[in-house]
Write a protein that binds this ligand. Structure first.
Ligand code: SAH
Ligand code: SF4
Length: 404
């Protein structure tokens, strides 16, 4: 169906391949659209007009009424937009959290979440169908990797959310009164590992930041990663100080090897150096995500080590109590454990935010809506829940070599 595009981060500003059939317009970043317009022999400002339509969610060239008919026809011959279908929609927080399950024409489904606040509208987007990283507390990680999303499929999620805000309607629901009318923030915290799909992630960041695109400031964009060091370096080279959030979850290599298996390739010291370097290059404060799991990573030793790690980097820590996931025996910590963990971190000099668990009743943890949808359709979740199987009877992680 849609053509396999060359990675836009490597091709920005370069000539387009001679024969592209079935091009998803959102798969071209702003420089790619300019190259396309130039190739069609049209002046550069036509690319600005084209971008303006695409940002407003219009992907059918015949509806782009300020373009000459000849150009509309030629674009229509080139474009084959990959339009997703809304196959499930859950609402939580009194209409302020909307979780969408979007299915692409090949049948792959991904989650996009729109979160409304009085002063902002944040979209949480997916970069992969599934994820290969295998974090045992994450529903997406349990289901495994399906495929990369194209840049167009990632950008499209923002387009869908932005169109909903403009119209005040999402799916079949009206948005609450006073909801923002544009997307103001984007977080790459949906399904998948953004830095394992760099071409799509970087092209999307360009779309988001481009003044004729979504015109978001770099600080309104957060890329969350499990700590893929080469990707962090590439993100720094983009020259846009987007917020980097690293999902740490453990402050010792022994525990992190279990909770975040890619730690075996990029251990903590390497991740810390990459974070320090990102901060130096971009002059942006980095964040640490800590999914707090009862009796797994909520003890005093982890708090002390995390506090020291955060202080060295002057990083902000977001503590998110684990959202219970079917098939995972781990539990969210008790409120008392959460409080004492956060207090201890603060006493160690870290700046901490305890995140609300938005959309708990909307299957909001990463991958959960897809899991319920799939189960509802009669399929089964994969039996394997990775390292979650390695917890012993006390609920503690059985560390490698611990003899269990
Ligand atoms: N792959 C990237 C981004 C997507 S996951 C990453 O891991 O950073 C986004 C965030 O959701 C991560 O911080 C992840 O650890 C967290 N998460 C996954 N499953 C969760 C759960 N069950 N409860 C709370 N947070 C969870
Ligand atoms: Fe992938 Fe992030 Fe889930 Fe880990 S937490 S499995 S990296 S989506």
């Amino acid at each position: 169906m849609s053509a396999v595009l060359p990675p836009s981060d490597d091709t920005a500003g370069q000539p387009l391949p001679a024969a592209i059939g079935g091009l998803d317009p959102y798969a071209l970043d702003p420089a790619g659209l300019e190259a396309l317009v130039a190739e069609l022999g049209e002046p550069r400002y036509r690319a600005d007009q084209l971008r303006g339509w695409l940002v407003r969610g219009v992907d059918d060239p015949q509806e782009m009424t300020d373009l000459p008919t000849r150009l509309r026809d030629r674009l229509a011959a080139r474009f084959a937009p990959t339009r997703p279908e809304l196959v499930a929609h859950t609402v939580a927080d009194d209409g302020h959290t909307h979780k969408l399950l979007l299915r692409f024409p090949d049948g792959e489904a991904i989650e996009t979440v729109l979160m409304l606040y009085p002063d902002r509208a944040t979209v949480c987007i997916s970069t992969q169908a599934g994820c290969a990283m295998g974090c045992p507390f994450c529903a997406t990680g349990q289901a495994g990797f399906r495929r990369q999303l194209t840049a167009g499929e990632v950008v499209r999620q923002v387009v869908v959310a932005d169109a909903a805000l403009r119209s005040g309607v999402i799916g079949e629901q009206d948005l609450p009164d006073g909801a923002p009318t544009r997307v103001t923030n984007v977080v790459f915290m949906g399904m998948g590992e953004p830095l394992a799909n760099l071409p799509a992630t970087l092209a999307t960041v360009r779309w988001l930041h481009d003044p004729d695109g979504f015109n978001l400031s770099a600080r309104a964009i957060t890329v969350s990663t499990v700590g893929l060091v080469p990707g962090i370096t590439r993100l720094a080279e983009l020259g846009l100080p987007v917020t980097l959030a690293v999902s740490l979850h453990a402050a010792t290599d022994a525990l992190r090897d279990d909770l975040v298996p890619v730690n075996r390739q990029h251990p903590l010291a390497e991740v810390e150096e990459a974070m320090a370097s990102y901060r130096r290059t971009t002059n942006r404060r980095v964040s640490i995500e800590w999914c707090l799991i009862g009796d797994v990573n909520d003890d005093e030793e982890q708090a002390d080590r995390l506090g020291a790690f955060a202080r060295r980097l002057r990083a902000h820590v977001n503590v998110i109590p684990m959202n219970p996931t079917p098939g995972v025996r781990w539990k969210e910590p008790t409120p008392a454990r959460v409080r004492s963990f956060v207090d201890r971190l603060e006493r160690r000099g870290a700046t901490v935010t305890l995140r609300d668990t938005r959309g708990r009743d909307a299957d909001a943890a990463c991958g959960q809506l897809l899991a319920s949808y799939t189960l509802g359709a009669g399929s089964r979740l994969p039996a394997s829940v990775g390292a979650a199987d390695r917890i012993d009877a006390t609920g503690r992680v059985a560390l490698p070599g611990a003899g269990s």
